[in-house]
Write a protein that binds this ligand. Sequence first.
Ligand code: SAH
Length: 234
Amino acid sequence: MWRASVLTIFPEMFPGTLGMSLAGKALAAGTAWSLDVVDIRAHATDKHRTVDDTPAGGGPGMVMKADVLARALDAASSPDDTRPRLLMSPRGMPLNQARVATLARGPGAVILCGRFEGVDERIIEARNFSEVSIGDYILSGGEVAATVLIDACVRLLPGVMGQIASADDESFSQGLLEYPQYTRPQLFEGRGIPEVLTSGDHAKIAAWRRAEAERLTRERRPDLWRAYQERKKP
Ligand code: SAH
C-alpha cells in the first residue's frame, strides 16, 4: 500500500480531485494507496491557533512556524517511517516523470504544503525535508502542487490504471513527447485520419509514431531533444 500523508492548513482541499476517477476509486477501495490528511492548525498551541508569524529581518508576508510544523509532522510520521519527506516549494528540484516513477516505487510520501511566504528554514533542516517544485511559477499554496505529485504517482501504482499507465510510449517515458492520437469519426470537419494508422501494418504504424514523436520533441522541446540524442549516442 502506497501511503501519502499531507500536512496542510486547508485539509478540506483533500482528497479533492484525487477522490475522483481511477485514483478516487482505488482510494475508496483501499487497495493501492491511502491518504492521511493532517490539519497543521490542530497542532498550534495558543488559543488563536496561530500557525504563522512575521519574518525575522522584516519584509512582507508571514512565515509558517517551525514548532507548529514539527508537532504536526511528528503526529503524522513516526521516527521509523521510511517515506521521503517532501516540502512543496518553488525552490525545489523540478518534478519530472523519472522522479515520479521513483516515488511511486517507494512506500509513499509525507508532503508538507507551504502557505504565505513559506516555512521557517529550520523545519527543513531539522526534519530533513527535500524540496520539490512543480514548475517555475508561484502558486498561492502547496496543496495544488501536492495534488499534482500524488496524482502522478498514484496512476503508476499497480492496479490503479491497468496497463494504460504502464505503457511506456507515453510522453517522457522514452524522453520523447507523445505522437498525435486519433479516433473515430474517420472524417472530422474535412480532416481525415493519417492513412498509415488505418493500414493495419503495425511496423509502419510504429515507425510513423516514432517519427512524429521525434518531430514534436525537436520542434517543441529542444531541451528534451538534446538529452534524447545524447542518450542515443553509442
Ligand atoms: N515566497 C516563496 C513562495 C511562496 S508561495 C518564494 O518566493 O519562493 C506559497 C507556497 O506555495 C510555498 O510555500 C509552496 O508550498 C507552494 N508553492 C508555490 N509555488 C510552488 C511551485 N512552483 N511548486 C511547488 N510548490 C509551490
